[in-house]
Design a protein around this ligand. Structure first.
Ligand code: XMP
Length: 513
């Protein structure tokens, strides 16, 4: 069992970021609801407890409050933002509405250099604040260790009990040395080692998969995306021949997709791969359909049918493996007035129907996406797959406006291949969130040689994003744009015009649909 830090979630949009920062220190972290009973927390044997921020005020009537006895477990506690206010209020201090909301960048001055949180850090640090409430009286046993312009209690400690509080957010990138503060807490204060690495995780996960699965067979739907690919490599390491991967060609894949997946998994990894070419059935059902939601529904439903039939062909399997990630399984905290609770992806395919009587194997369910990528590298999954950009489940169908036809798919595939190739050549492909081509089924007039053309338009989309929820368009260099347009128009038959999408999200979305 790994050492772990538990994070009590009070509804901050940054709770998961805190968890990731802890893991980046090679210490395992788990997010649990703020209301978790102290006995349950004690049973998890945490090396330390982190109290997240949150949108509430500690003195509000409906404030999310933890079990009071968490402060009696003898475990170090670090409260961040709402967390420090809560810690102070619970232990006898006072929190009031601040005269001025402290928001954005600030300078922290460390007054007591002997505080373990600031070990090996300079006396002056850039920090990021976001709070309206203010600590006005410290509880007994606490003293201030750092100040900002607006707060004389920006960092506080009770050294004897190992309780700490930070009014600012050490987890966000706008606090550039924040990771070191978190590292000081988990290593320096809580005494954690560095046992959480993907290399160690492989051993642990292999063991768990073998115990769960025994001699039974496992089926995995392989999409060629990062999660299912890494899950396939991990499962294969654990159970070899007992794993069968099913790869469905839905006709709206990118160029060479089916080929790459077969090369990597069937040939290099020697994984049992069942290739289902369902192009025809998808194309037949998509014929004449122009409504984006209908297209999505048809693709989703057809996929389930094809996959179900394929599992029957694959033989007797008791288990179905899925590349579910940690953010999908964290119990979300319903806190009144918490906007973070409302921001939910509208896409996630609801999974396979319950009537498919499989037991689930989810070997990535305690990992964040960046950890899955590291795990993939550790398992020798090629960079082309591990670091690929997100690609929607309904594939090119959401990038062909209007009706999806085989010839339009062909045009978009060729244009998209050029975008991917040139983005990789420019070094930008792996630096940004997504870059792709969209087919606009609008014809316009052009000239090519002596001939008049009347062809489609390709829109080029390149966006930067942290998580796909918001995005900004990437200012691609002019010479790259020029190259993309000229190659697409010259090399892709059926296209005579290229445009570049300069819409951010919101108000736009990333995909056009
Ligand atoms: P939008 O277009 O809503 O997309 O701004 C946000 C992110 O989600 C991806 N996306 C999908 N991913 N299944 C997926 O797994 C889908 O159906 C789907 N639709 C959009 C999109 O590529 C972007 O990264």
């Amino acid at each position: 069992m790994n050492e772990q830090i538990v994070i009590l979630d009070f509804g901050s949009q940054y709770t998961q970021v805190i968890a990731r920062r802890v893991r980046e220190c090679n210490v395992y972290s788990t997010i649990i609801p703020f209301s978790t009973p102290a006995a349950k927390i004690a049973a998890m044997k945490p090396s330390g407890i982190l109290l997240s921020g949150g949108p509430s005020s500690v003195y509000a009537p409906n404030a999310p409050l933890p079990d009071r006895t968490i402060f009696e477990l003898g475990v170090p506690v670090l409260g961040i933002c709402f967390g420090v206010q809560l810690l102070a209020q619970f232990l006898g201090g006072k929190v009031e509405k601040g005269l001025k909301r402290e928001y954005g960048k600030g300078i922290l001055t460390v007054k007591d250099k002997s505080c373990a949180l600031f070990a090996k850090l300079p006396a002056s640090l850039q920090v990021w604040n976001s709070h309206g409430d203010k600590l006005t009286k410290l509880p007994n046993g606490f003293k201030p260790v750092a100040v900002t312009e607006n707060s004389e209690y920006a960092a506080i400690e009770n050294r004897a009990k190992k309780f700490f509080g930070l009014q600012f957010h050490p987890e966000v990138v706008h606090t550039p040395r924040g990771k070191e503060i978190i590292a000081n807490f988990v290593h320096g204060v809580c005494g954690c080692g560095k046992s959480w690495t993907m290399r160690n995780y492989i051993e642990q996960a292999v063991e768990e998969i073998r115990t769960q699965v025994g001699q039974e067979h496992v089926i995995l739907g392989l999409s060629g995306g990062v999660d299912s690919s890494v899950a396939a490599a991990l499962l294969h390491k654990a159970i070899g021949e007992q794993l069968t991967c099913i790869f469905v060609n839905n006709g709206v894949l990118r160029a060479r997709e089916a080929e790459v997946v077969q090369n990597v998994f069937a040939r290099s990894f020697n994984i049992k791969l069942q290739y289902e070419d369902a192009t025809k059935i998808f194309m037949t059902r998509l014929k004449g359909v122009t409504d984006p939601e209908k297209k999505r529904k048809i693709i989703g439903k057809t996929f389930i049918e094809v996959f179900q039939a394929a599992t029957k062909k694959a033989g007797k399997a008791k288990f179905l493996a899925q590349g579910t990630l940690y953010p999908d399984v964290i119990e979300s905290v319903p806190i009144a007035g918490n906007p973070a609770a409302l921001i939910k992806s509208h896409h996630n395919v609801g999974g396979l129907p319950k009537k498919m009587k499989f037991q689930l194997v989810e070997p990535l369910k305690c990992l964040f996406k960046d950890e899955v990528r590291l795990l993939g590298e550790e398992l020798d999954v090629p960079k082309e797959i591990v670091w690929r950009q997100p690609f929607p489940g309904p594939g090119l169908a959401v990038r062909i406006l209007g009706e999806v036809t085989p010839s339009r798919c062909e045009i978009l595939r060729n244009a998209d291949a050029i975008v991917v190739e040139e983005m990789k050549a420019s070094g930008l492909y792996y630096k940004i969130w997504q870059s792709f081509a969209v087919l606009l089924p609008v014809r316009s007039v052009g000239v090519m040689g002596d001939e008049r053309t009347y062809d489609y338009t390709i829109a080029i989309r390149a966006v930067e994003s942290q998580d796909g929820m918001t995005a900004d368009w990437v200012k691609l260099p002019y010479d790259l744009l020029e190259k993309l347009a000229s190659r697409i128009i010259n090399e892709v038959k059926g296209v005579n015009r290229c445009v570049f999408d300069i819409t951010s999200k919101p108000p736009g979305t990333i995909e056009w649909e």
